[in-house]
Ligand binder design. Structure first.
Ligand code: CAO
Length: 543
């Protein structure tokens, strides 16, 4: 029962790059020790049980090299037989023998296949709120991390009560950003609360926060202190700005869109700067941070050390707006010929202008009206005049002469005539619904896309089939629709489970994750660390 991949025995004719091969019979416990961890070699079921128990009690990453029945093949699926349910339940599935030296969550049965999720064994101390941070930790939870959301007693994440559609029920704002997490309420300014937080820092792999600048320091947990409590901890933060003149500023989505270069380049040239509906400042930065976290986790497997990961919302937006920074520099060498204003003969200034719906790439595109546009605000199609299919476009719109005409045949000649060309295309699309046009154009590989309303997206069965749009049941809200994990891993399926109620898992986390006894849990309750802060004497009304 050794975890191993058999070494290839045959010599193949062509040289092929192969992955690292773990040879059957290797002592993985020794490898673990070489990297500074704890390794145990178990050669009988009793030894294995003892090793699992010791690993649970130590709370340290441990790798158990279980060599019990070499004829039995891989270890997967067998540990359950050797490791009684009582152990797993009592110890909350915190560790399983594996090649990954980390605490483990459960495995999930998919048909005949048992799958461990990609981030199984990673525990996240989730100090996030509102949108940017929760987006990040929700993704990590979908990949299997155990995400423990720490919330202020009484109120919790402020979004629970914002934009509420049903009175006294967690808002969709909150539920759609906090799936697959557990919630503990904790007043981190209460002395006992600080003790609990310290225990959480010891037990988790990553702390994620998006507090205002300086909040974690004021709470008494600067980076140095967290490091001293748990040197392996990765501390991941979202702030509005990186170091510089604005580093102390609080930031929300649209501030980031404006300061990251998105707003000045969105909208029409003669109109106001516009913010987009896609939350590129919040959710976009959450995505950036998630990548930083898994990268740091990967590096930790080699260094054994934690590190700081930061993503500033301004930086995240700028990263997503990088094509506009490209255009800023192109301006020095002449007009941006793919922008409508070039064809309209309007001179460019010294900064990238707003380009309406012009394509940001090298293939000109526009939004054009479709049948029904007079009454339906979404009866439109994005149409791209991709050069390789230009001749097919000419045939579809009824302008075969443009295939050879010197004013239209080649892309450079078309640039100054885009308004005229798209007006002609629109004449054609207005005779079709956006879906009819899409069907016709796609037969000829002409890139285009209907403008879909959120209503249409919610009803789209193909998005349901892939789990990108999911229905979730919630105890107080009932059923609602949410966006599932947009990133699909073939061996780590994402199930979307409901967001936690405020403090729903407080006792479970105190007991199962932190191992507090009944007496200690009672003490924590008595301390007030789990309740809203008591009013100061001056605030209390006189009797
Ligand atoms: N127990 C006790 N106190 C807690 C607590 C807990 N569990 N959780 C939070 N607090 C306290 C903090 O300690 C802080 O107190 P002090 O200011 O006295 O130190 C206080 O709550 C407020 O924290 P905050 O500054 O993060 O919250 P805010 O509502 O004032 O600001 C926001 C919100 C989003 C503007 C700010 O957090 C921020 O700029 N974050 C970084 C950028 C970001 O992520 N923005 C995106 C938000 S989504 O659009």
């Amino acid at each position: 029962m050794t975890a191993s991949i058999a070494a290839p025995t045959s010599i193949r004719p062509a040289p092929i790059r192969r992955p690292t091969v773990f040879v059957k019979g290797s002592r993985y416990d020794k490898m673990m020790e070489a990297f500074g961890g704890v390794g145990v070699n178990a050669t009988s079921p009793d030894e294995l049980k003892r090793a699992v128990n010791a690993a649970m009690d130590s709370g340290k990453p441990t790798l158990i090299n279980a060599v019990i029945d070499p004829a039995a093949g891989s270890e997967s699926g067998r540990i359950g037989n050797l490791n009684p349910q009582s152990v797993l339940q009592r110890r909350s599935n915190r560790l399983q023998p594996n090649l990954i030296p980390a605490r483990a969550g459960g495995q999930t049965q998919y048909g005949a296949k048992t799958m461990t999720k990609a981030l199984t064994g990673v525990r996240i101390l989730d100090f996030t709120h509102v949108q940017s941070g929760p987006t990040c930790t929700q993704l990590l939870a979908w990949f299997g991390a155990d995400v423990i959301k720490v919330e202020r007693p009484g109120v919790g994440d402020i979004t629970r009560g914002q934009l509420q559609d049903i009175p006294n029920v967690d808002s969709l704002y909150f539920t759609m950003l906090n799936h697959n997490k557990r919630s503990i309420t904790l007043d981190t300014k209460n002395p006992k609360g600080k003790e609990v937080l310290t225990a959480l820092i010891k037990s988790c792999d990553v702390l994620v926060e998006n507090f205002g600048p300086g909040v974690l320091d004021r709470m008494g947990f600067p980076w140095e202190k967290i490091q001293s409590i748990n040197p392996k901890m990765i501390v991941a933060s979202i702030k509005g700005f990186g170091p510089g003149p604005y580093e102390d500023c609080k930031v929300y989505e649209n501030v980031a869109q404006c300061t990251g270069g998105a707003a000045s380049t969105t909208g029409f040239r003669d109109g106001l700067p516009l913010v987009t509906g896609a939350q590129i400042g919040d959710s976009g930065t959450g995505l950036h941070l998630a990548l930083g976290i898994v990268t740091a986790l990967y590096q930790r497997t080699m260094t054994g050390q934690g590190q700081k990961v930061t993503a500033a919302m301004q930086d995240g937006v700028l990263n997503l707006a990088r094509v506009k920074l490209r255009d800023q520099q192109r301006l020095a060498h002449g007009p941006l010929k793919e922008y409508s204003q070039f064809g309209e003969g309007i001179p460019f200034g010294d900064a990238v202008p707003r380009a309406g719906n012009d394509s940001g790439g090298g293939q000109p595109g526009r939004i054009v009206k479709c049948k029904g546009w007079e009454t339906d605000p979404n009866a439109y199609l994005y149409f791209i005049t991709q050069a390789p299919v230009w001749e097919k476009i000419c045939d579809v719109i009824g302008e075969p002469g443009w295939k050879t005409h010197p004013d239209y045949a080649k892309p450079p000649a078309r640039l100054s005539r885009l308004n005229e060309i798209f007006a002609r295309i629109e004449q054609w699309t207005m005779t079709k619904t956006k879906f009819e046009a899409m069907e016709i154009l796609n037969k000829d590989d002409i890139p285009c896309g209907p403008i879909l309303s959120m209503k249409e997206i919610i009803e789209d069965q193909s998005l349901r089939a892939t789990g990108t749009v999911v229905e979730v049941d919630h105890p107080t809200r009932g059923k609602y629709i949410s966006v599932g994990n947009p990133i699909k891993l073939s061996d780590s399926p994402s199930e979307v489970t409901r967001s936690p109620l405020l403090g729903e898992h407080t006792d479970e986390i105190l007991r199962q994750v932190l191992g507090f006894t009944d007496h200690q849990v009672a003490e924590i309750h008595d301390s007030g660390a789990l309740d809203p802060p008591r009013k100061q004497a001056a605030e209390v009304s006189p009797p």
